[in-house]
Design a protein around this ligand. Structure first.
Ligand code: C2O
Ligand code: CU
Ligand code: CU
Length: 433
């Protein structure tokens, strides 16, 4: 805490090198280290300030994905941080407990900057849900899992050749090596009966389908923007880039089980399924449980009381994803695509008019998924979210709740979070007034 009573964080973005594979070093970028960045953590009501110093060889930005803050603190393409400059955003944390993250967001270079390693988690706590008997010892039974795929050449360099889409890639780079928290082939020692995993898909393009090798079920307790009303039992969880989920898993003494990604349900045609990684299977983390395990309190039956979609108060807006465009247009820094009322709730229908998988993320808001192709959303889409998968040919109906901050001059972004698509212009901007 600084002299003004603010909780102050420092991020220094820098280059470095990391030994992902034994015996080879990979040139990487990170925040306060050579790969990824520290987990930042703040409580609802905290006044937060961050000093972000850019020691990278080029201009970048740092966006607070999912954070409720004014647009000029958002860290998108309009808040570049030049080489050796320090950007100092500040805001008051005012949202429910959630697993958020930060990453670069400069127009047209988000994919390489994230891929080289600039990203980290930002956890928000809320006094209103602090007392829930959920696993909460960081690194012991409350564990962040930042999941990323990489292509690493034999000499250890990061292969960025398919960073942009084109040729035979339709989604951008898909790597064959999975890193979790920057570690290849990780193992976690379980010491408690219940473990809460905070999953973040921080990959450029890969869509995961998370589950255990022995098909055990687990409790889904939170999605992108916060806790569900009640835990949902599931055995598989699709997660597209930018999405988060919190799950609680029960282990038995001596368990030895792998958290995997199964072939994801992309709902694309056969050719695009394959090109977009729809056939791929990967091990994520191996869990090995000690014997005996420390007892954990039972999961509460009710988590929060406010999961219902709010009634829409604003207009309706239809966004069709076309040829890497929204409504036929690619991103332009000085064009606004929409003006919304501060604090309003609009129905947005996001249509994937292509055969290629996309997803949809909106800044300055969180949303409920009202329907998918006119039907009720599946269990994993019933929480409050900010990013959602949009399968080829499908339409996702959202109730988007915009933040109360109004600023006619600073836009928020909406975009596909497959980073090659975003960089190629599949992004638009709106202001809240
Ligand atoms: Cu995670 Cu606009 O981004
Ligand atoms: Cu974002
Ligand atoms: Cu896309």
């Amino acid at each position: 805490t600084d002299a003004d009573g603010r909780r102050r964080f420092r991020l220094e973005l820098r280059t470095g090198s990391t030994e992902f594979l034994p015996g080879t070093r990979t040139a990487t970028w990170g925040a306060n280290g050579s790969y990824l960045g520290p987990t930042l953590r703040a409580r609802r009501g905290d006044r937060v300030a961050v000093d972000v110093t850019n020691r990278l060889p080029e201009t970048t930005s740092i966006h607070w994905h999912g954070m409720h803050l004014p647009a000029r603190m958002d860290g998108g393409p309009h808040q570049p941080i030049a080489r050796d400059a320090t950007w100092q955003p500040y805001w008051t944390v005012d949202q429910p407990a959630a697993t958020l993250w930060y990453h670069p967001h400069l127009h047209q270079v988000t994919a390489p900057h994230v891929y080289r390693g600039v990203a980290g988690m930002f956890l928000v706590d809320d006094p209103a849900t602090d007392d829930l008997p959920l696993p909460k010892r960081y690194g012991v039974d409350d564990v962040p899992l930042i999941v990323q795929d990489k292509k690493i050449a034999d000499d250890g360099t990061l292969d960025e050749s398919k960073m942009t889409f084109g040729g035979l890639t339709v989604t951008g780079l898909l790597g064959d090596k999975i890193l979790v928290n920057g570690t290849y082939d990780p193992r976690f020692e379980v010491t408690t009966e219940l473990v809460r995993l905070r999953l973040l898909n921080a990959s450029n393009a890969r869509i995961y389908h998370v589950g255990f090798a022995d098909d055990r079920e687990f409790a889904l307790i939170a999605m992108d923007a916060g806790l569900l009303g009640a835990p949902e039992r599931v055995g598989r969880l699709p997660l597209s880039p930018g999405e988060r989920a919190e799950i609680v898993v029960r282990f038995a003494p001596g368990d030895d089980v792998v958290l995997k990604s199964f072939p994801p349900p992309l709902r694309a045609n056969v050719a695009y399924e394959r090109l977009a990684g729809g056939d791929d299977e990967h091990d994520l983390v191996k869990f090995v449980a000690v014997d005996p395990l420390r007892p954990s309190p039972a999961l509460p039956a009710v988590l929060t009381s406010t999961p219902a979609p709010p009634p829409t108060t604003g207009e309706e807006f239809r966004l069709t994803m076309g040829d890497f465009t929204f409504n036929g247009r690619t991103m332009e820094m000085d064009r606004l695509d929409r003006v919304v009322g501060a604090g309003t709730v609009e129905r947005w229908d996001v249509v994937n008019g292509q055969s290629i998988p996309h997803n949809f993320h909106v800044h300055g808001a969180s949303f409920h998924v009202l329907d998918v192709d006119g039907g009720a959303p599946p269990a994993h889409l019933r929480g409050v979210k900010d990013t959602v998968y949009v399968a080829p040919g499908s339409t996702v109906g959202l109730a988007v709740s915009f933040l109360p901050h109004s600023d006619p001059r600073s836009p928020y972004m909406f975009h596909c979070h497959l980073l090659a698509h975003e960089d190629s212009g599949m992004m638009g901007q709106f202001v809240t007034v």
